[in-house]
Design a protein around this ligand. Sequence first.
Ligand SMILES: NC(=O)c1ccc[n+]([C@@H]2O[C@H](COP(=O)([O-])OP(=O)(O)OC[C@H]3O[C@@H](n4cnc5c(N)ncnc54)[C@H](O)[C@@H]3O)[C@@H](O)[C@H]2O)c1
Length: 489
Amino acid sequence: MEVCVVGTGYVGLVTGTCLAYLGHSVVCVDIDERKIEMLRKGQSPIYEPGLDQLIASGTQRGNLRFSTNLPKSVKESEIIFIAVGTPPLPSGKADLSYVKAVAQSIGRALDCERRRVIVNKSTVPIGSGNWVEMLVKEGLNENPAWREKLASAAGAQTGGSTADPATVSTANRRSNGSKPEDIFLVASNPEFLREGSAIADTFYPDRIVIGATDSYAAERLRALYEPIVEQTFTPPASASRPADVTAVPVVTTDLASAEMIKYAANAFLATKISFANEIANICERVGADIKEVVRGFGLDSRIGPKFLNAGVGWGGSCFGKDVSALIDIAREYSYEPALLHSTVDVNKRQRHVPVQKLQEALKIIKGKTIGLLGLAFKPNTDDLRDAPALEIAAQLIEMGARVKAYDPIANEACHRQYPELKIEYAPNAIELAEDCDAVVVVTEWEEFRYLDLNQIGEVMNQKVLVDGRNVLDPEAVEAAGFKYRGVGR
Ligand SMILES: NC(=O)c1ccc[n+]([C@@H]2O[C@H](COP(=O)([O-])OP(=O)(O)OC[C@H]3O[C@@H](n4cnc5c(N)ncnc54)[C@H](O)[C@@H]3O)[C@@H](O)[C@H]2O)c1
């Protein structure tokens, strides 16, 4: 199928690249010329394991292209994904200005030759499917091809004489194929991929959610995803098929429910982590170990062990903004979502935990050198949006500490995106530790589990380690002569 993906960020680029791998003809569109230029040269603007190779193979086969020309790309495609950002506004509402601009541009660009399915892949507030439909119609009203179609319908109505397109009756439009729904339909197809494992998540998702008011739109999307649903494709080298994946369930539902599924999923996951952190804080006071406690209650099949890691709290581009947007939606309908407020509050508090631990261990922070192990909001990505490390660094700098940081991937991105943060970047964990009074594990990168603690301890001023992700064995850390502080243990 011919597919256009508007927005080549973490979601759009991975989706477009994976659809091309499955054999579809895909054009990925962005307004950011730098990104498109890089992609045309075969360089990925984001770090995502395995993505470079898939982009290269799609480009070589010729069915993955990159463009800044939205009108041309829309005309060439049957399925048009909107995958632009929906960042939070200061009020907590989702900023829909990018979605709006794209929806109107699509309406202006349609050639009205065939029926298109416009798919909201961006995470958008409930009702956005209907709103996008309205915006595309607005664009369509300025579209010469559409006006011509209407004029011919008007001509048919008046027996050939010229007529104002605005006067065309609904009955005439129906017989002439000039109803907007003959030209486009809007569907919702929320995305659940996780940065760091985005390719495997796209090929082997837990489910595919399709929201549509019209069965035609749902059928076309089902056809697009057929190789994933039936698992008929040959897995790429970078993402082998898990043994238990033989087919993928498709949840076909109405637009509002599809939109709500995405918010409910993220709100639940964020709540699960905040719950673990709440229990961790109580564990610490009563002398229990959160790792043991989670092991014990996570084995309950009604609860499950995932997303119960206590630590410095969740971050990233999605949880914070999506929970805030859901709170905002609820309030619009005069409902105060108490549990969601607590999820956010617990997380805010959790980001102060490393600083409190440092105060406990070092007493005075002013004039001390603190090394942060990890900057990205989670391992295997360079994404720094709402990363706890940024807030922890800012707090420590404010308190008068000298802050160093080492992230296996995100050093350069942090330096470029947050020049105001006076962090000293180190090229590896050993150089980070030099002259430090304490190091803090902020992101659970795999390599931090295997640090050479003896070597690290030798170059430090004082041997203090705050394990903000509970990834190290306290006994091993203490055996290397460190003062160890975990979260909830
Ligand atoms: N990042 C994730 O892990 C993730 C997971 C699931 C869902 N989502 C949702 O998917 C959406 C996209 O997220 P993302 O992380 O990929 O965002 P992103 O910021 O990485 O990418 C968005 C892209 O859209 C482009 N863009 C903006 N306006 C445009 C326009 N008018 N025309 C063409 N391109 C335009 C930007 O230049 C950028 O490259 C968001 O709604 C997000 O909530 C993200």
